[in-house]
Design a protein around this ligand. Structure first.
Ligand code: PD2
Ligand code: ZN
Length: 286
């Protein structure tokens, strides 16, 4: 069995600094005779050891010493926004955290179709382990989900164009759309959607596309009771109404991250809940 000696450590450091992806380095090591698990551990450690570049490292803002500076919201002004030929209503705008609530982003027919085509493809949702970067099934996220590839079909492509137009954020910077389903008593504990910069596992995920900068959560059904998206640090909650959405931004041009965007999915008290999530990156993704 091969061991990761000093020469291989150096090879890893050089290639991480050159911007190689974790996957390509793991493949190269496996080809060179390393066991798959050993290659993965060595590559993840190499990303964790990567020296922080103060010019490019994201930092979580501190309300006292380094308050978050809000860039202008890229969503158009006004009460009605025409997004790729659909009129979307604005219900609420909040400046701190930077957040907009919409109605009518999707039609009733689009919501139903997205639910029906997802129903049979659901898998238990995962979250990113902050230490390893692995996707783990954990108790504080009791939903099931399905990912759609960007531009997977006509409906997905249309929704993606509409989202890009509404949010003024490039379509290529979006992760694939994800449809999620929560049964009664399902919930998602409060968390940040950005990858915490001080936790090594995030480096694996930011290697492609950089940090997450914003999230759009679209509600596909009316929830009979509970299931709001809650922002505990802001004292705000958004009720799930079919076709509506909440959009919030958490990284500015100086790469500060906004801790006021802590958010969760409240427990579903009656009925079930369907949403579609778009996580957006700072650069092209995928
Ligand atoms: O289901 C929600 O309301 C919810 C809450 C928090 C979804 C997400 N986060 C997410 O998809 O990131
Ligand atoms: Zn979230």
């Amino acid at each position: 069995m091969r061991v990761v000696n000093a020469a291989w450590q150096e090879w890893l450091s050089i290639n991480v600094a050159r911007g190689c992806t974790p996957g390509s380095l793991i493949d190269a090591m496996v080809q060179a005779g390393f066991a798959d698990d050993d290659a993965r551990v060595a590559v993840h450690h190499a990303f964790d050891r990567r020296p922080a570049d103060p010019a490019t490292t994201a930092t979580v803002a501190d309300p006292v010493t380094q308050p978050y500076r809000y860039d202008p919201m890229p969503v158009a002004r006004g009460n009605l926004i025409c997004a790729d030929e659909r009129d979307v209503r604005v219900l609420l705008r909040c400046e701190r955290p930077q957040l907009v609530v919409f109605a009518d982003l999707l039609s009733a027919g689009e919501c139903t179709e997205l639910i029906e085509r997802s129903r049979h493809r659901l898998k238990r949702s995962t979250t990113v382990d902050p230490l390893t970067g692995n996707e783990d099934v954990i108790r504080n996220r009791t939903s099931e989900g399905v990912w759609y590839r960007r531009g997977e079909d006509e409906l997905i492509a249309r929704v993606e164009r509409r989202i890009a137009s509404l949010t003024n954020w490039p379509l290529e910077n979006g992760e694939g759309l994800q449809v999620l389903h929560y049964d009664v008593s399902g919930e998602y504990s409060p968390h940040f959607d950005y990858f915490p910069p001080d936790q090594p596992g995030g480096a694996v995920h930011t290697a492609q596309g950089g940090q997450r900068v914003a999230t759009l959560i679209i509600y596909l059904n009316d929830v009979a009771d509970g299931g709001e998206t809650v922002f505990p640090a802001a004292g705000l909650s958004v009720a799930a109404r079919a076709g509506g959405a909440v959009y919030f931004r958490y990284m500015n041009g100086q790469r500060q991250l906004d801790p006021l965007t802590l958010h969760g999915g409240a427990r579903v008290l009656a009925g079930d809940k369907w949403i579609m999530t778009r996580w957006m990156r700072e650069r092209a993704y995928g």
